[in-house]
Ligand binder design. Structure first.
Ligand SMILES: CC(C)(COP(=O)(O)OP(=O)(O)OC[C@H]1O[C@@H](n2cnc3c(N)ncnc32)[C@H](O)[C@@H]1OP(=O)(O)O)[C@@H](O)C(=O)NCCC(=O)NCCS
Length: 124
């Protein structure tokens, strides 16, 4: 549907995931190669468009989506880092999944305060 299209949808290597519960789409998330400024790993993947339906939040859907995105990155080759500009009020979500905050809170006009969250993935 064109109303939902985003500029990064068709970036080579991008993966878009939906989480379903009883055939209902309750969450989405995407990941794509997008080097973070100052990235320390040879591969740098950016999470975008993370969202879970309000009535399904807190039930593990967001975790499942991020874990699936990370699993995809692991299949593409490590070491790598996964990062995002996360909304400041969900910093704790990313921290629970092993991400660390980098730098201070900054404002994205129109969408509010954000923080860069980063997770380094090392080969086992
Ligand atoms: C952020 C969001 C994607 C999280 O999805 P979710 O399905 O509610 O998260 P989960 O239930 O999988 O939670 C995973 C863990 O993070 C924790 N967590 C979730 N949201 C949190 C928050 N806002 N602050 C702190 N911790 C949080 C949970 O307690 C859980 O911890 P546990 O595994 O130790 O029990 C969801 O709340 C959302 O869509 N929010 C609105 C849109 C938004 O802000 N998107 C983020 C853009 S960066």
């Amino acid at each position: 549907m064109s109303a939902c299209a985003l500029p990064y949808d068709t970036v080579p290597g991008a993966l878009h995931i939906g989480c379903f519960q009883h055939n209902r789409l309750i969450g989405v998330g995407s990941i794509l190669p997008d080097p973070r400024k100052g990235a320390t790993q040879p591969a740098s993947w950016r999470i975008r468009g993370m969202a879970v339906e309000e009535d399904a939040r807190g039930t593990g859907a967001g975790r499942k989506i991020v874990e699936a995105l990370i699993s995809y990155v692991e299949q593409q080759g490590l070491p790598a880092e996964v990062w995002c500009n996360g909304r400041a009020h969900v910093t704790g979500f990313y921290q629970r999944l092993g991400f660390q905050q980098l730098g201070d809170v900054f404002e994205i006009p129109g969408t509010g305060p954000h923080v860069v969250m980063v997770k380094t993935l090392a080969p086992q």
